[in-house]
Design a protein. Structure first.
Length: 424
């Protein structure tokens, strides 16, 4: 039975053909120098430059039975005298137009995330076709991001952080070879060590300690504790459950990414373990900090005088993700799971003989957990009998950017009011 030529765009046959063609198409990005300033707001709200005029060749003979599906690709020539002639991919027949739209969405994403503009090459069945991407600065999603005395975090900053990530990856092997740092990472997933109560018979029965809350980053707090005493310090990494190091290779600047930029932590996070189930943790016993804090991230060896790397332990646990930032959790299971995660952190630290902890506003950043709920839950858990006598020092490092007033940063103020001076 023959198949009619006038197929509907939404038919299953058309969809399968479209998916097959799209899987066979690969994209690569070729940047060229910018001509616009990335922070110029007028570039964001002004219309994009017009595309060059295209000259369409004669249509293909659709009656030829030997014509394959790949013959629907037509070659276009650019008439722009400012650049060399390029080939363009244009698909204009039913399902082919849908494929063109799909590829166009890929280009728009690439254009959004690229600092520099140039061209995109689409390769399929041995033929290459070039899409020109107009010179266009990275858009700002909301104009209210532009605030007085604070510039929007643009693409040029993300590219700087991405270069820092590449430098860190290159330096880590030498750091591991010359320090006590290792690539060991103990992987816990719903393990007995995290489900069962701590046995108080093995508790060191330490005297009560007072919790302190500071407006510094996690590594800065750990380095300060190490300067007072050389005994081990364990830092909480508020990790991503989806990918190794979160978005550190893309230049993101959340807490986990900052830890990865400055230390050997990334080598202890096995990518084969991702994505994580809920009750999952990685304990990294020997992590070396060998770079200074943002924005310069200087190598310790380049400082005057040079500094030796500091050794810390890191426990990586991912908080739950909330859709919207609210004062309280909407569902009872959210509080229950966060309680289990916090107990998991403390139990793993205690069983690995970590007595000095640097904790954080767990999940109160990009994951949108309510800070008052998280702070009160930390207080409730730390006061439980199970966790008495295990700790020498507990510091909550709630980072406040230098451009902000600590008294106006809600996370820091809430955690200070709830936890500062608490005896556990």
């Amino acid at each position: 039975m023959s198949t009619p030529n006038n197929k509907r765009p939404g038919s299953s046959t058309t969809s399968n053909s479209l998916a097959k063609k799209f899987r066979q198409t690969t994209l690569s990005f070729a940047p060229v120098p910018r001509t616009r300033r990335p922070n110029d707001i007028t570039n964001v709200i002004s219309p994009p430059p017009a595309k060059p005029e295209l000259k369409k060749p004669p249509p293909l003979n659709r009656d030829d039975s030997t014509t394959s599906q790949a013959d629907s690709i037509c070659s276009y020539t650019s008439q722009d005298t400012n650049s060399q002639a390029s080939n363009f991919l244009e698909l204009g027949e039913d399902d082919d137009s849908q494929l063109s739209q799909a590829l166009g969405s890929q280009l728009s994403e690439l254009e959004f995330y690229s600092q520099e503009s140039g061209s995109v090459t689409a390769e399929r069945e041995g033929q290459q076709f070039v899409y020109p991407v107009p010179v266009w600065s990275r858009p700002i999603r909301k104009l209210d991001m532009v605030r007085e005395k604070r510039k929007p975090y643009g693409a040029q900053h993300k590219f700087h952080e991405a270069r820092v990530a590449a430098e860190t990856l290159l330096a880590i092997p030498q750091i591991i070879a010359t320090t006590a740092a290792t690539t060991e990472g103990k992987f816990y997933v719903d393990a007995p060590e995290t489900r069962y109560y701590l046995n108080l018979r093995f508790s060191p029965n330490l005297p009560k300690c007072k919790v302190s809350v500071t407006s510094e980053d996690s590594y800065a707090a750990a380095i300060r504790l190490l300067s007072n005493s050389p005994s081990s310090v364990c830092v909480l990494n508020m990790a991503s459950s989806k990918s190794q190091g979160g978005g550190w290779l893309e230049g993101c600047t959340a807490q986990e990414e900052q830890l990865c930029y400055r230390s050997t932590l990334i080598r202890t996070l096995d990518p084969s373990h991702y994505p994580w189930p809920d009750l999952t943790a990685i304990f990294s016993p020997s992590v070396a900090i060998f770079r200074a804090s943002a924005p310069n991230y200087e190598f310790y060896a380049s400082l005057t005088p040079p500094r030796d790397p500091e050794m810390v332990s890191v426990i990586s646990v991912a908080a739950i993700r909330c859709k919207k930032l609210k004062d309280r959790w909407e569902m009872p299971w959210q509080r229950r799971v966060m309680r289990q995660k916090m107990k998991l952190i403390l139990r793993i630290c205690a069983r690995n003989k970590q007595k000095r902890l640097v904790l954080s506003a767990f999940g109160c950043g990009a994951f949108l957990n309510p800070n008052i709920e998280v702070a009160e839950l930390w207080k409730e858990i730390l006061e439980e009998k199970e966790f008495r006598g295990w700790w020498e020092e507990i510091v909550f490092a709630v980072f406040v950017p230098k451009v902000c007033d600590p008294e106006l940063d809600s996370n820091f103020v809430v955690f200070r009011d709830v936890l500062e001076g608490l005896e556990v």
